[in-house]
Design a protein around this ligand. Structure first.
Ligand SMILES: NC(=O)c1ccc[n+]([C@@H]2O[C@H](COP(=O)([O-])OP(=O)(O)OC[C@H]3O[C@@H](n4cnc5c(N)ncnc54)[C@H](OP(=O)(O)O)[C@@H]3O)[C@@H](O)[C@H]2O)c1
Length: 335
């Protein structure tokens, strides 16, 4: 692979996560020998802008991936399972945003701020955690190093874009319908999201949502704490971009708010926004469009031994997806 001019493909370039990969590649001046935009047959011939260039989208196939050094996969697990192994077999690297390989012990599951060392010895496929697990582990890893984690509880507030471009479009239509006094329609999601809060919409695994199961398993894997108790309820909220979560942790040793703030302020990727008297705390609006994980409302939780409570927000399309993937690719190029 040429580190200065790699052949790069973005699979799912027409989607919410893939489109953000394009933006982040341009912003970070990622070295590009060639850039291929790939998606399904539906998008064949569509033209997307990348900087000053107009690039034509092609269907993903063995032929369109031939000779690719780095392929970003953001087109669902089936597409990754079908095509990522071929990229790896031909000596390239697949950086996968889907859930396909996240729990495969042969595939590292990487958040660069937390476990970049696990990239060593990868076999051509690198998985990225889901868009809640990434910011959650960016926040939990420094707390674990400083105080030891015993238990994590969280409730999420997840944006529409986490479910893809179609739910963002549906939310906008529903907002307009509500403003005009007509009945909003839900076809993408099981409930009208506008003016609502929905504790579901994911596939179910028994009593738990698919998202809850992923957050528990992926958080344990990234933190290398296979027994860590994680309690989670996932909720979709009528926000276009940026996921948030209220988090309660039980620690091995007692930490007051000032000590926790100090640890978090020094952690890579974390920005402490914590002055509630002045109405300063993380919000989806303030973090959207950035790569930060904003953390605030940091306080002792007197309801449990050595307890801390906090709230975070992070852009699910950037740090939760594209930025994390591009950071991984930068590490791959650096060797
Ligand atoms: N949205 C997020 O916040 C987020 C965060 C982390 C991970 N992810 C992951 O990223 C992936 C894409 O999610 P998204 O939210 O970006 O969805 P999306 O907005 O609905 O976009 C889906 C993309 O996948 C492409 N695609 C669908 N089926 C395909 C197929 N059979 N072959 C090739 N391309 C196909 C679509 O191409 P067409 O335009 O041709 O249909 C489109 O580019 C998923 O695996 C998701 O889990 C998303």
């Amino acid at each position: 692979m040429s580190a200065s001019a790699p052949v790069v493909a973005v699979v799912g370039a027409t989607g919410a996560a893939g489109g953000t990969v394009l933006r982040v590649l341009a912003e970070r001046a990622f070295p590009l020998g060639e850039l291929r935009l790939l998606a399904s047959e539906r998008s064949d011939g569509a033209v997307l802008q990348f900087g000053d260039a107009s690039l034509t989208v092609r269907p993903v196939s063995d032929a369109t991936l031939d000779g690719v050094d780095i392929a970003f996969f953001a087109a669902g697990a089936l597409t990754s399972r079908r095509h990522a192994p071929a990229v790896a077999a031909r000596g390239g690297a697949a950086v996968d945003k889907s859930s396909a390989y996240r729990m495969d012990p042969e595939v590292p599951l990487v958040v660069p701020e937390v476990n970049a060392a696990t990239l060593a010895g990868h076999r051509g496929i690198v998985a990225n955690p889901n868009c809640v697990t990434i910011p959650l582990t960016v926040v939990l890893a420094p707390l674990h190093r400083a105080f030891g984690l015993r238990h994590v509880t969280l409730a999420t507030y997840q944006a529409a874009s986490g479910a893809g471009r179609d739910l963002v479009a549906e939310l906008a239509l529903q907002e307009r319908a509500d403003a005009e006094g007509s009945e909003p329609v839900a076809t993408v999601y099981p409930h009208v999201l506008h003016g609502n809060v929905v504790p579901g919409g994911w596939r179910m695994h028994g009593a738990d949502t698919d998202e809850e199961v992923k957050i528990i398993a992926e958080t344990r894997r990234v933190l290398e704490l296979p027994e860590l108790p994680v309690s989670v309820t996932t909720v979709r909220v009528p926000v276009a971009v940026a996921h948030s979560a209220a988090v309660w942790v039980e620690l091995d040793s007692r930490a007051d708010a000032a000590a926790a703030r100090e640890v978090l302020a020094a952690a890579p990727g974390v920005v402490v926004v914590d002055d509630p008297e002045s109405q300063r705390y993380p919000t989806p609006r303030s973090v959207a469009g950035t790569d930060d994980v904003q953390v605030g409302r940091i306080r002792v939780d007197t309801g449990r031994e050595n307890g801390l409570a906090l709230f975070f927000s992070a852009d699910n399309l950037r740090k939760g997806a594209a930025t994390n993937a591009v950071q991984v690719a930068e590490l791959l190029l650096a060797g």
